[in-house]
Design a protein. Structure first.
Length: 81
Protein backbone atom coordinates (compact mmCIF):
# COMPACT_ATOMS: atom_id res chain seq x y z
CA UNK A 1 0.00 0.00 0.00
CA UNK A 2 1.22 3.48 -0.88
CA UNK A 3 0.94 6.19 1.76
CA UNK A 4 -0.61 9.32 0.40
CA UNK A 5 -1.62 12.63 1.89
CA UNK A 6 -5.33 13.28 2.11
CA UNK A 7 -6.05 16.83 1.02
CA UNK A 8 -9.45 16.96 2.70
CA UNK A 9 -8.72 14.84 5.79
CA UNK A 10 -11.41 12.26 5.11
CA UNK A 11 -10.90 8.48 5.18
CA UNK A 12 -12.72 8.21 1.84
CA UNK A 13 -10.14 10.50 0.26
CA UNK A 14 -7.27 8.42 1.64
CA UNK A 15 -8.83 5.21 0.31
CA UNK A 16 -9.39 6.73 -3.13
CA UNK A 17 -5.86 8.14 -3.30
CA UNK A 18 -4.36 4.78 -2.28
CA UNK A 19 -6.17 3.21 -5.22
CA UNK A 20 -5.52 6.10 -7.61
CA UNK A 21 -1.75 5.97 -7.40
CA UNK A 22 -1.67 2.24 -8.13
CA UNK A 23 -4.15 2.36 -11.03
CA UNK A 24 -3.02 3.65 -14.43
CA UNK A 25 -6.64 4.06 -15.57
CA UNK A 26 -7.53 6.31 -12.63
CA UNK A 27 -4.27 8.24 -12.96
CA UNK A 28 -5.15 8.91 -16.59
CA UNK A 29 -8.64 9.97 -15.56
CA UNK A 30 -7.18 12.44 -13.11
CA UNK A 31 -4.83 13.90 -15.68
CA UNK A 32 -7.43 14.31 -18.43
CA UNK A 33 -10.17 16.08 -16.44
CA UNK A 34 -12.90 13.58 -17.16
CA UNK A 35 -11.98 12.66 -20.75
CA UNK A 36 -10.72 9.26 -19.53
CA UNK A 37 -13.11 7.29 -17.31
CA UNK A 38 -12.03 5.82 -13.97
CA UNK A 39 -11.99 2.03 -13.61
CA UNK A 40 -15.10 0.53 -11.92
CA UNK A 41 -13.37 0.22 -8.53
CA UNK A 42 -11.94 3.72 -8.80
CA UNK A 43 -15.31 5.12 -9.81
CA UNK A 44 -16.98 3.56 -6.76
CA UNK A 45 -14.25 4.95 -4.49
CA UNK A 46 -14.50 8.37 -6.17
CA UNK A 47 -18.28 8.41 -5.69
CA UNK A 48 -17.83 7.56 -1.99
CA UNK A 49 -15.24 10.35 -1.70
CA UNK A 50 -17.55 12.91 -3.32
CA UNK A 51 -20.48 11.84 -1.12
CA UNK A 52 -18.30 12.19 2.00
CA UNK A 53 -17.14 15.68 0.98
CA UNK A 54 -20.70 16.78 0.25
CA UNK A 55 -21.94 15.38 3.59
CA UNK A 56 -19.12 17.12 5.48
CA UNK A 57 -19.79 20.42 3.69
CA UNK A 58 -23.52 20.16 4.41
CA UNK A 59 -22.83 19.47 8.10
CA UNK A 60 -20.50 22.48 8.24
CA UNK A 61 -23.14 24.73 6.62
CA UNK A 62 -25.80 23.50 9.05
CA UNK A 63 -23.49 24.09 12.02
CA UNK A 64 -22.77 27.60 10.72
CA UNK A 65 -26.49 28.37 10.39
CA UNK A 66 -27.10 27.00 13.90
CA UNK A 67 -24.34 29.28 15.26
CA UNK A 68 -25.88 32.28 13.49
CA UNK A 69 -29.33 31.45 14.84
CA UNK A 70 -27.92 31.16 18.35
CA UNK A 71 -26.65 34.75 18.04
CA UNK A 72 -30.13 36.14 17.38
CA UNK A 73 -31.59 38.21 20.17
CA UNK A 74 -34.93 37.05 21.63
CA UNK A 75 -36.71 40.23 20.39
CA UNK A 76 -35.60 39.86 16.81
CA UNK A 77 -38.45 38.86 14.52
CA UNK A 78 -36.69 38.87 11.15
CA UNK A 79 -35.68 41.35 8.46
CA UNK A 80 -37.23 44.77 8.59
CA UNK A 81 -39.87 45.46 5.99
ZN1 LIG B 1 -8.73 2.63 -10.89
Amino acid sequence: MIDTYSTVDLPEDQVYLSHHFTCPTCCAAGRTSGLQLRCPQGLALWDAYEAAVLARDQAEREAHVARLKSLNTPNRTGPRQ
